[in-house]
Design a protein around this ligand. Structure first.
Ligand SMILES: C[S@@+](CC[C@H](N)C(=O)[O-])C[C@H]1O[C@@H](n2cnc3c(N)ncnc32)[C@H](O)[C@@H]1O
Length: 357
């Protein structure tokens, strides 16, 4: 480091895009954190310098870097109402979601690995499960969201698979729909023991598979509804699970997932919505308070009149390239397997349709 990083931070703050461009093309490190714990991208986002945000993103600045108080560039842009800068960051996030593997490599340092978490002690209370570093694995406020997920995945009836028992909120809701079979995969020994203690092993239609989903795939069948909500995994795991979906989901089956992996959920809703998701996600997006009940300023998500995909109001531009009616697009495989249904589409491509792609 030779001081150029401080200069690029200052230029980003003041919106001097020519200077930023020159510094960046001269090889200045755009991943630099200054004394405040800010990257150049955060400075540009905070002050709404969209052109500088664009330059920095193009130069590979990490859109998902966090300050010591866990704020991202997207937080700064949104809090200050800098819509153009926010849209650029949102789009960068959406594109990154499409290359989940890349995200996994750059973001792992802030996540607990699955192996760590699965060997960790967890504590249960009435309304939450915590890991040993007091991070919430699951909280009771998520109940209505889990109920909406259960409704979605049970809407095709039949055989249901849930991955990740947690507090059993989604499984309790799934039971209300009396599925023919209800398979639950759970990898944490304490969560598993608690399941047995609370009678889940004796329910007639329930089959519990203890282990990591990655290790028990050979024991699985195909299902009419699948829900996926693990904790302590990487984006790469989610991506890998999505690769398994074509063989796990029956024709016309419904899949839904809870992507609680993100560092800033408000920001990530952009990605989650773009994928033609469920009512549960819609509820989640409209949440206006954080985990502690504090009011938060979140974008208002509405269905796009042309595409039907939920998007943050005011960010119409992210829909520009999305085809008409994409929310029910036959090749939107995130939720629905169209194998064997009406006119089956070729299955060589497994494409998520996302806002902005
Ligand atoms: C957030 S909780 C799930 C909450 C659940 N949806 C509910 O309604 O209460 C995540 C669960 O996934 C489990 N888990 C984490 N990694 C897993 C893996 N690789 N395979 C199976 N289960 C896993 C965790 O032990 C935890 O119980």
């Amino acid at each position: 480091m030779d001081g150029r990083e401080e200069v690029v931070c200052e230029a980003a703050r003041s919106g001097d895009s020519t200077k930023v461009k020159n510094l960046v093309s001269g090889g200045t490190d755009v991943t630099y954190f200054d004394q405040q714990g800010f990257t150049p991208l955060m400075h540009a986002a905070k002050h709404g310098h969209a052109d500088v945000v664009k330059t920095l993103l193009e130069a590979g600045a990490p859109w998902n870097a966090l300050t010591p108080s866990n704020l991202s560039a997207g937080d700064f842009a949104m809090d200050a109402g800098h819509q153009e800068a926010f849209d650029l960051l949102l789009n960068a996030g959406i594109q990154a979601e499409l290359v989940l593997g890349t995200i996994a490599r750059s973001e792992n340092k802030n996540n607990v690995s699955d192996v760590d978490y699965l060997e960790d002690r967890v504590t249960f209370s009435e309304d939450k499960i915590m890991d040993s570093s007091s991070k919430a694995v699951m909280m009771a406020w998520e109940k209505p969201l889990m109920e909406a997920h259960a409704k979605a995945v049970c809407s095709a009836g039949g055989h249901i698979l849930n991955i990740g028992f947690g507090m059993g909120l989604v499984d309790t809701a799934i039971q209300q729909y009396s599925p023919a079979t209800h398979t639950i995969i759970e990898a944490h020994p304490e969560v598993y023991n608690r399941m047995l203690r609370t009678g889940w092993g004796e329910k007639e239609n329930v089959k519990i598979i203890f282990g990591k989903w990655q290790d028990v795939l050979s024991q699985l069948d195909s299902y009419d509804g699948i829900f996926f909500d693990t904790y302590g995994e990487y984006y790469e795991d989610l991506r890998k699970f999505h690769q398994e979906l074509p063989s796990l989901l029956k024709p016309g089956g419904i899949y839904s997932f809870f992507n609680g992996l993100s560092l800033w959920r408000g920001f990530w809703w952009g990605n989650r919505y773009g994928g033609n998701l469920t009512a549960r996600d819609k509820t989640d997006a409209l949440r206006d308070s954080d985990d502690d009940g504090n009011k938060v300023n979140l974008p208002y998500w509405i269905p796009h009149p042309r595409t039907g995909i939920y998007y943050p109001k005011g960010s119409e531009r992210v829909m520009e390239d999305v085809p008409d009616g994409a929310s029910v697009f036959i090749r939107t495989h995130w939720l629905r397997s169209d194998e064997g249904v009406d006119k089956p589409a070729p299955h060589d491509v497994y494409v998520p349709i996302c806002a902005g792609t």
